[in-house]
Design a protein around this ligand. Structure first.
Ligand code: SF4
Length: 446
């Protein structure tokens, strides 16, 4: 039996694409999953070009397969995703061992590209500018049976000056609303308890198809399918509407949890980033969100050291962090992405200065997260169980609706793995910065 291994770098969209890649390799080529790349006949790297260092990691991983390929020259190495889309054939100049290069628009063609490479014993390369196919139309092998990613848009029209995504994923395209609802209905029938709607900017969903955003309607209609938990990423602050906030607040299936990237608290820097909102607009949204959902769990992305960022600009970011009371923030030191407008900006912030700011930001975010968690002590949380804790197999681990990790010991004789995918009630007793712990007050089998 031939085997495959898929390694994924990057965002949720890539994770979702990898589930489709694995599904196709099993369904269409009859392969079975290998535990390590060195043991596989087909190794697929689904890459990301958004963060610094992705290429180095890719080179390292592909190079580590050289020895295995020397022993078994029939091993096929395929590289797809954002780096495949960006580099195409030129990838062979720095990774000559690669057999297949594919992009973000032609995942469905991977089986035939692999077959061609095997038959011709030559590299098989295909990168398309656009496609009308959604990866969700392909067979999927979900990472966990109780959770599903459901893409509602692909691509992005926003062209933030630091971001490579619009160049490698293309312009925004939305799936028809009825297709989204039909897939959600199938997932619910299949026993999925939690769906995450995916898009680079879900809030603009439908503009290309319907002339206006229909995201609130999409959210409400998917919630009506009977799904227990519904999440969505990512929201752009310029497009988050009052109607979306209302659907979140009114619908119990939609988690009171939101990822709303702010990137900077300085209007000058936001303008240089082409984010098209101000700090005041962002904080106005935060007020509306907490008024509608006082228990909202809020997360964000922040870039430190964008070209031209002064101490005052950075202080403005800290002001937003204090006001927003984040539960979590993904913080990044700015690094230029080749091919983006920001990469040409010359007024760079010295690395040591950016690092000091970064450390101050992380400290503030951690104290904010701990404060939000402490407010949950004594509360009863509904937890979707993921399995046993890595440190102690008799302790279950799962997530609240606010996406917080919870640990709770189980009575003797109950295996946490048997509860995976079910909901339990946990009374929160203690908190750390990034997780909660408590005792089990009840569980249900779904
Ligand atoms: S909204 Fe901006 S940061 Fe997000 S994917 Fe689009 S261009 Fe990139």
């Amino acid at each position: 039996m031939k085997t495959y291994f898929v390694r994924t770098f990057g965002c949720q969209m890539n994770k979702h694409d990898s589930e489709r890649i694995a599904g196709m390799l099993e369904d269409r080529l009859g392969l079975v999953e290998a535990t390590q790349p060195e043991l596989a006949d087909v190794v697929v790297y689904n890459t990301c070009a958004v963060r610094e260092g992705a290429e180095e990691r890719l080179r390292g991983h592909v190079s580590s397969l050289k020895a295995a390929k020397t022993v078994n020259p029939d091993i096929l190495i395929a590289v797809g995703g954002c780096i495949g889309q960006r580099d195409g054939e030129s990838m062979l100049s720095y990774l000559p061992h690669v057999d297949v290069v594919f992009g973000t628009h032609n995942i469905a063609h991977l089986p035939s590209l692999l077959e061609t490479a095997q038959r011709t014993r030559r590299p098989s390369i295909e990168v398309l500018d656009t496609t009308t196919d959604f990866a969700s139309d392909l067979p999927a092998l979900r990472g966990t049976p109780w959770h599903a990613w459901l893409p509602i848009t692909v691509g992005c029209d926003n062209f933030c000056t630091y971001c490579i995504v619009p160049y490698v994923r293309g312009r925004e395209r939305s799936r028809p609303l009825d297709d989204i609802v039909a897939e959600a209905t199938r997932l619910v029938a299949d026993g999925v308890a939690e769906i995450t709607l995916l898009g680079q900017n879900v809030n603009s969903y439908g503009r290309d198809l319907y002339g206006e955003s229909r995201f609130p309607e999409a959210l409400a209609r998917v919630a009506e399918t009977g799904i227990r938990r519904l999440r969505f990423v990512t929201s752009h602050p310029k497009d988050l509407s009052d109607a979306t906030i209302a659907v979140m607040a009114e619908n119990p299936a939609v988690c009171n949890s939101l990822h709303l990237p702010v990137q900077s608290g300085s209007d000058r820097i936001l303008d240089a980033m082409n984010r098209r909102y101000t700090a005041a607009h962002y904080l106005g949204l935060i007020d509306k969100l907490y008024s509608a959902m006082p228990d909202l769990a809020l997360s964000t992305d922040i870039i430190v050291g964008f070209p031209g960022e002064t101490e005052d600009d950075f202080e403005a970011t800290l002001d937003v962090v204090r006001a927003a009371r984040y539960d979590q923030a993904f913080t990044f030191l700015y690094s230029p992405r080749e091919g983006t407008p920001a990469a040409k900006l010359e007024e760079t912030v010295p690395r040591d200065v950016a690092q000091v700011r970064f450390d101050r930001l992380v400290e503030l975010v951690q104290s904010s997260a701990l404060e939000k968690n402490r407010a949950l002590v004594g509360s009863l949380q509904e937890v979707l169980v993921e399995g046993g804790s890595r440190r102690d197999a008799s302790v279950l681990t799962g997530r609240t609706a606010g996406n917080k990790v919870v640990h709770a010991p189980l009575p003797d004789g109950i295996d946490p793995a048997s509860l995976a995918g079910t909901f339990v009630s946990v009374r929160i007793e203690e908190t750390q910065t990034w997780f909660l712990s408590g005792h089990l007050e009840g569980y249900e089998r779904t």
